[in-house]
Design a protein. Structure first.
Length: 508
C-alpha cells in the first residue's frame, strides 16, 4: 500500500547513477534511497550540530592524509565526475605516486571516491596492488563501515584494480597528546578488515540490482517508519514520514525500544492502546497514564537544599584532534559556565564565564568557577555531566583538586528529583530540561535564542575560536553563547520554584 502523503509519481526514464552514500542509504531503508534520489527536497536539512560533525570529519580526513607522505589528491570536486575519473587514471599510471586521496571510480552504475588508496610494492619494489583505506572520525569500527568498504571494493575491483587489503582508519581515543606535533601514528588506528569486507562484498551486486529495480518504480516503497529509521544514522526523512502520525504514536513511548517493537507487532499503534497488562517502566507507565502526578515526598526533597543555592551549567567542546597538553581525542573540555545564585529571600544574582581564545580553557575556567561558587550552598545541576566535568578538572589540576572535590560534594541534581517525584503529560516522556521547562514554565522557552541546544553551542564555539571569523561574527556568537548558558541555569531556578508550588498545592 502506498502512503497518501507520499509525493506525486515521477516518470523515470533510466536507472539513476548511485554513489556510495546512496548505497548505504538504501541498506538502511529503500524508501530513504528512493526519496534521496527522486525527492531530495523532502529531507530535513542537517542542523548546525550535525553540520559541525561533518566539518570535523573533513578536518580529520585532511589530517589523515598526512600519514601518507607524497600522496596526491584528486582535486576535481564531487560534481566534476569526468575530471575526477581522468585525474585518478593519471595518478594510477604515475608510479612515483605512493598514495591517492579521493580517487574516483565508476563501475556498475556506482560512483565512489576512496579516501586513501595506497600503492603496495613487492619486496623488490614492484607495484603489486593497492590498499584501500577508509578514514572515519569515529572512535571504533561499526558494521556500516564494513558495508561502506564492501561497496567501494566492489567498484574498485570492477574497475580493474587489484586490492591487496582493505582497512579502516579511525580515531584512537586512547591517544594522549603530550607536546609538539600530533603523533599521527598514535592519533589514528588502522584496522585490517579485508576478511569481513570480502564476505560482505559478495552481497553487493544483488543488493545493487534490487535497489536499481526499486528506483525504477513510480512511487516510493511503502515502508513504515520504525526503529530502522535511526540506525545506523538518523534518517533525514523522519519528519516527512511521520508528519501524519498521531500525537500519541507508539514510537513516542520513551525507554526500551524492544517494548515498542513487541507492541507494534501486536498491532498497537498508539500509546493509549497499550494493553493494561503490558510490563512498562515507571516512566513509560506515567506516559501511558498521561496525567499530572506529584509524589508525596516532593516538598521534603526540595527543602533539602542549602542556601545560597547555586545553579550551575557547563558548555563543552570535544575536539577530534586534541590541541591541549594531556588531553585525548573527543575529551569534553569545559569552555563556559553560568551560575544563578539564589538567596533564601529569593534574591537572584547571575555570574558567568566564557573562554574566548585558543589557549587551554580549563585552569582559568576552574579558578573563576571556584570563586563564583564560594564555600557555601547547594549547587543545583541538571544531569551527572557537571560532576564528570568537575572530576576531570580535579584530575587535570592537582593543586585545585581539594577545592573541586568540595564542590562535587555540594552538587544537588534536579534531574532525578523531577524524574522520581513529578510528571506532567506535556513532558511526553522526555525529562530533558527543555521538555520539562516548556511544560512547567512555558514563558521561559528557548525560542527567542540564537543558540537553542548544546550541540549547536559547541559547534558555534568551535567556529568562534578555532575557525577564522570576523570580529562582528565573533561578538554575535559570544553573545549567543552567553545567553544560551544563562538560560539553562535560569531554567533550573524557575523549575525549582514551579516544583515548590506543585508541592505546596499538594499540601506539603
Ligand atoms: S524515515 Fe524511516 S521509513 Fe522514512 S525514509 Fe527514513 S528510514 Fe525510511
Amino acid at each position: 500500500m502506498t502512503e497518501l502523503s507520499d509525493p506525486s509519481p515521477v516518470p523515470l526514464p533510466q536507472t539513476p547513477r548511485l554513489s556510495k552514500s546512496k548505497f548505504l542509504s538504501g541498506l538502511q531503508c529503500h524508501k530513504r534511497l528512493y526519496l534521496e534520489v527522486h525527492h531530495p527536497s523532502l529531507a530535513t536539512k542537517p542542523d548546525a550540530a550535525t553540520q559541525a560533525m561533518f566539518d570535523m570529519g573533513t578536518e580529520v580526513g585532511e589530517l589523515a592524509r598526512s600519514r601518507f607522505p607524497g600522496g596526491a589528491l584528486v582535486a576535481a570536486g564531487y560534481r566534476q565526475t569526468e575530471a575526477a575519473l581522468a585525474q585518478t587514471v593519471a595518478l594510477i599510471q604515475d608510479l612515483t605516486v605512493p598514495a591517492i586521496f579521493e580517487a574516483a571510480f565508476l563501475h556498475g552504475g556506482v560512483l565512489i571516491r576512496a579516501d586513501v588508496l595506497e600503492r603496495i610494492l613487492t619486496a623488490d619494489g614492484q607495484p603489486c596492488g593497492w590498499r584501500l583505506i577508509e578514514v572515519k572520525s569515529s572512535t571504533k569500527i561499526k558494521d556500516v563501515h564494513v558495508e561502506d568498504l564492501a561497496v567501494q571494493s566492489e567498484v574498485i575491483l570492477g574497475a580493474g584494480l587489484t586490492l591487496v587489503s582493505v582497512s579502516l582508519m579511525h580515531i584512537n581515543t586512547g591517544y594522549l597528546y603530550r607536546e609538539g606535533a600530533i603523533d599521527l601514528t598514535e592519533l589514528f588506528a588502522i584496522q585490517d578488515l579485508s576478511e569481513a569486507v570480502a564476505k560482505r562484498r559478495a552481497e553487493v551486486p544483488e543488493r545493487l540490482a534490487t535497489m536499481n529495480r526499486m528506483l525504477l518504480q513510480t512511487q516510493p516503497p511503502a515502508i513504515e517508519p520504525d526503529q530502522h529509521c535511526h540506525t545506523p544514522f538518523d534518517c533525514p526523512f523522519w519528519e516527512h514520514c511521520t508528519k501524519d502520525k498521531p500525537a500519541r504514536w507508539i514510537h513516542y513511548l520513551p525507554g526500551s525500544k524492544q517494548v515498542v517493537s513487541q507492541l507494534t507487532q501486536q498491532g498497537v499503534t498508539t500509546i493509549d492502546e497499550i494493553p493494561a497488562d503490558t510490563k512498562l517502566s515507571p516512566v513509560q507507565r506515567r506516559v501511558k497514564e498521561n496525567i499530572e502526578w506529584v509524589s508525596a515526598k516532593l516538598g521534603s526533597v526540595l527543602n533539602a537544599v542549602q542556601y545560597p543555592v547555586h545553579h550551575l551549567d557547563f558548555e563543552t567542546v570535544m575536539l577530534a584532534v586534541p590541541r591541549f597538553l594531556e588531553t585525548r581525542p573527543y575529551q569534553a573540555l569545559p569552555v563556559q559556565w553560568s551560575n544563578h545564585i539564589e538567596q533564601a529571600t529569593g534574591e537572584l544574582r547571575h555570574e558567568d564565564f566564557l573562554h574566548k581564545d585558543m589557549s587551554d580553557p580549563r585552569k582559568v575556567l576552574a579558578e573563576s568557577l571556584l570563586e563564583s561558587l564560594g564555600d557555601w550552598g547547594s549547587i543545583c545541576v541538571y544531569s551527572p555531566y557537571e560532576r564528570s566535568i568537575l572530576e576531570s578538572l580535579a584530575d587535570a589540576f592537582p593543586s585545585l583538586k581539594p577545592a573541586l572535590s568540595r564542590i562535587v560534594g555540594r552538587l544537588w541534581d534536579l534531574f532525578p528529583i523531577i524524574r522520581d517525584h513529578y510528571y506532567h503529560p506535556a513532558f511526553g516522556g522526555s525529562y530533558s530540561i527543555k521538555s520539562v521547562l516548556s511544560a512547567m514554565v512555558p514563558s521561559l522557552a528557548y525560542d527567542d535564542l540564537a543558540i537553542k541546544e548544546g550541540g549547536h553551542a559547541a559547534s558555534q564555539y568551535y567556529r568562534m575560536v578555532f575557525v577564522e571569523t570576523d570580529w562582528v561574527e565573533r561578538a554575535k556568537i559570544q553573545e549567543a553563547l552567553l545567553a544560551y548558558c544563562k538560560r539553562d541555569t535560569l531554567a533550573m531556578v524557575e523549575l525549582r520554584r514551579a516544583l515548590k508550588e506543585k508541592a505546596q498545592m499538594k499540601g506539603e
